[in-house]
Design a protein around this ligand. Structure first.
Ligand code: FEO
Ligand code: CA
Ligand code: CA
Ligand code: CA
Length: 587
C-alpha cells in the first residue's frame, strides 16, 4: 500500500495482514481480545451454561445467550465515577443453525426443538463488567433478560389494531408474540435499544399461491427451512394469514426495565429491516435511517412529528409512533429526494390500492415501488457522521444488477459482487429535510483483480461485501464485511481474507484493516465504551458450513472457534478488544 494511502489523521494502527490458514481473531500489534459471552453462556452468571453436548432444553436456552449474535450496544452503568467499566450489554441473535443447536440436529424434528430454536432467537439484555486485566465478564443483575421469538411484544403506531394485524390469538391486533431475525440495531438518545427484524418471511410457509402482499416479501411454500410451522401453527399462513404482518418491524426495548414489553414501532414501516440509526435533526425531530436488505430494495428514513426533549423522558418514549416515513430516490445528477409514504400523498390513495396508512406501513415496499424509489444493491447498515451528519449506507452486493434489474447511477456495476458504499449530505445539514446530494464513497474490490469490474476504487486495503457500518464519536467509520461462506476465498474473493473489520477516514476515504475473524464467520455489530478504551464486536456464525441448513447435523463445520478442542461446535460470540498500553482503540 502506497505511503500516501496511509495518511489518515484519525487512526495510526498497523494494517492487519492475513494468511488463509487463519482461524482466530487477528488484530494490529499491541491489541488484545477476549470472549465476553458466546451462544449458550448464562445471561446473568447464575443460570446454567451450555452443556458440551448441547443437551440444554428450551427452558435452559431462555436464560442463556442466543445463537448468532448480530447488532449490539453498550449502555454505561456508572461505577466510582466511571462509565466505562460496567454496562448493560444488549445483543441481537439473528437466526439459528438447528444442525448445531440440538444434539441430533434436525432429525427427528420435534416441538421441543422448535421451542428451543425460538428461544435461541431474539435479544439478550445482560450486564457486563471489566476486570483489572482488561477483559470483560457477565455479572448478575436484575435487568438481565432474554427476549425470544415468543416473548409478548406490544404493537404501536399506525398499524396497531388494524384489520391486517388481528389474528386468532390476538383479536385486538395489538400484541405479537416474539421478535425474530434480529439483524442490526440502533440506539435512541433516550436510552432505548432498537432491534430490527430482517428476513421474517423465512419462518412462514403457505401451500397456495401467495397474494400480492405476501409475494412482495418473499412468501413461499418452504420458507428458509426453519420448519417451525410443523409444531407451531402460527407460522402456517394457510391457518393464520395475518401472523406474518406482525413481523418485519423495528422493535424498541428499554434495557433498564426488565418488565417493560418490547414495542413494535409500525410507523417505521415493515420490510426486511437491517438496522435503524437514529440522529436528532436541527429542529430536534428524531430521524431514523433504515436499509431494507434484499436485492433491489430501498433506503428509508422516518422523521418524527414531535421533537426530542432530554428533560421529558416519558414523552420521548412515544416519539417513534408518529411521523413521516420516506423512501429515497438517488437521481443520476447526484441529487436525491425523500418521498413521503403517506396516505393521500404522492398518489398513495385508495383508488390506487392504498386504502389507509396501516396498509402503507405494512406494505411499505409496495408503496415505495409506486412512488418510484431507487432500487439498491442490498442496503445494509446506515451510519451518520457524528459532526457533519453526512449519511453512509453499505450496499453489500447484488448478483442481479445489470441483468434482472437495470443499472442506475447509485448502483453502477453489473453483477455487483464486491458491493459499495454511498454517502450523502442532506441539504443545509438538515437531517429532517427532503433533498440531498449523494456520491459513491467507495466501490469495494480487489485492486489486483484481473477483471476490471472487480477492482473497485478502494483507497487502502482490499474490501468486499461491506455490511456493518458505524461511526464512533471521533468520526472513524468502522466497516465490517459479510462475504458469504460459499464465495469466501474463491473467484472475486480469491485474494481477500476471512471476513474482516476496517477503519475508514471520511476525509481521505482510506480503509485500513483492523481485524480479521476466524473461518466461516461474519463480523457484525460494534460499540465502544465512552472512554473508547474497549471495543465490542460480534463474531457471527464462525465455522459456518458452506452447506449450512441443508446439512441438518452440521457435520461439515469448518472451525470450532472460540473453544477449539474444549467444545466441538463453533459458537457465535461477543468479544472485547483493548490495547495493552490502555490507550484508545483505533488511534
Ligand atoms: Fe442480517 Fe442483512 O444482514
Ligand atoms: Ca448484516
Ligand atoms: Ca449481509
Ligand atoms: Ca448474518
Amino acid at each position: 500500500i502506497a505511503a500516501e494511502n496511509r495518511s489518515s489523521k484519525l487512526f495510526s494502527f498497523e494494517s492487519v495482514s492475513y494468511s488463509s490458514a487463519n482461524d482466530d481473531i487477528q488484530l494490529p500489534p499491541g491489541y488484545q481480545w477476549s470472549v465476553v459471552a458466546a451462544w449458550g453462556d448464562s445471561i446473568n452468571g447464575a443460570s446454567k451454561n451450555i452443556a458440551p453436548d448441547v443437551s440444554d432444553t428450551a427452558a435452559d436456552q431462555e436464560s442463556q445467550f442466543g445463537m448468532h449474535h448480530d447488532g449490539c450496544a453498550f449502555f454505561p452503568i456508572k461505577v466510582n465515577g466511571s462509565e466505562s467499566i460496567k454496562g448493560l450489554w444488549v445483543t441481537n441473535h439473528e437466526y439459528t443453525d438447528d444442525g448445531l443447536l440440538h444434539p441430533s440436529g434436525m432429525e427427528p424434528w420435534t416441538a421441543e426443538k422448535v421451542k428451543k430454536s425460538q428461544a435461541a432467537h431474539g435479544v439478550t439484555v445482560s450486564v457486563i463488567e471489566k476486570s483489572a486485566s482488561g477483559d470483560w465478564a457477565v455479572v448478575t443483575d436484575k435487568r438481565s433478560r432474554r427476549i425470544t421469538a415468543y416473548s409478548p411484544c406490544a404493537i404501536s403506531g399506525p398499524a396497531a389494531g388494524s384489520v391486517y394485524m388481528k389474528t386468532a390469538f390476538d383479536e385486538k391486533g395489538r400484541e405479537a408474540l416474539g421478535t425474530l431475525n434480529n439483524c442490526a440495531n440502533g440506539v435512541t438518545p433516550w436510552g432505548t435499544y432498537l432491534t430490527c427484524e430482517e428476513n421474517f418471511n423465512g419462518y412462514f410457509v403457505k401451500t397456495g399461491k401467495p397474494n400480492l402482499q405476501e409475494a412482495r416479501v418473499g412468501v413461499n411454500t418452504k420458507g428458509f427451512g426453519y420448519r417451525w410451522h410443523e409444531h407451531d401453527e402460527r407460522f402456517n399462513l394457510d391457518k393464520h394469514p395475518n401472523e406474518i404482518n406482525r413481523f418485519g418491524w423495528v422493535v424498541e426495548i428499554d434495557p433498564q426495565d426488565p418488565d417493560a414489553q418490547p414495542i413494535k414501532r409500525t410507523a417505521l414501516g415493515r420490510f426486511k429491516h437491517e438496522g435503524a440509526v437514529v440522529t436528532i435533526a436541527k429542529n430536534k425531530k428524531v430521524v431514523v435511517y433504515m436499509g431494507d436488505d434484499q436485492k433491489n430494495e430501498y433506503v428509508y428514513k422516518f422523521v418524527s412529528k414531535k421533537t426530542f426533549n432530554s428533560a421529558n423522558p416519558i414523552e420521548n418514549k412515544k416519539l417513534l409512533d408518529e411521523g413521516t416515513l420516506y423512501v429515497a430516490r438517488y437521481d443520476a445528477d447526484g441529487q436525491g429526494r425523500w418521498i413521503a409514504l403517506e396516505h393521500n400523498r404522492n398518489g398513495l390513495t385508495a383508488a390506487n390500492g392504498f386504502p389507509n396508512q396501516a396498509y402503507i406501513v405494512i406494505n411499505a415496499r409496495l408503496a415505495a415501488d409506486f412512488v418510484g424509489a431507487t432500487s439498491m444493491d442490498r442496503p445494509e447498515w446506515v451510519a451518520v457522521h457524528p459532526k457533519n451528519k453526512d449519511v453512509y449506507v453499505t450496499l453489500t452486493n447484488n448478483s442481479d444488477r445489470g441483468s434482472q434489474i437495470p443499472l442506475n447511477a447509485a448502483n453502477p456495476r453489473a453483477s455487483n459482487s464486491m458491493g459499495h458504499i454511498v454517502r450523502w449530505s442532506e441539504a443545509n445539514g438538515d437531517s429532517a429535510g427532503t433533498v440531498f446530494k449523494w456520491e459513491i464513497y467507495t466501490l469495494a474490490g480487489d485492486p489486483n483483480s484481473t477483471q476490471a469490474h472487480l477492482r473497485g476504487n478502494v483507497i487502502g486495503d482490499t474490501l468486499g461485501s461491506p455490511d456493518g457500518l458505524w461511526f464512533d464519536r471521533r468520526g472513524i467509520l468502522w466497516t465490517q464485511t459479510d462475504i458469504s461462506t460459499s464465495t469466501l476465498g474463491k473467484g472475486a474473493y480469491a485474494n481477500l481474507p476471512n471476513n474482516a473489520m476496517y477503519a475508514s477516514d471520511p476525509a481521505s476515504k482510506e480503509f485500513r484493516r483492523f481485524l480479521i475473524g476466524p473461518k466461516g464467520c461474519e463480523i457484525t455489530g460494534v460499540d465502544m465504551t465512552p472512554d473508547l478504551k474497549t471495543m465490542f464486536i460480534n463474531i457471527q456464525h464462525p465455522g459456518e458450513s458452506p452447506s449450512e441448513r441443508s446439512d441438518p447435523k452440521n457435520t461439515k463445520v469448518i472451525s470450532s472457534w472460540p473453544d477449539k478442542d474444549k467444545f466441538t461446535r463453533p459458537r457465535s460470540a461477543t468479544i472485547a478488544i483493548w490495547r495493552k498500553d490502555g490507550k484508545e482503540v483505533g488511534l
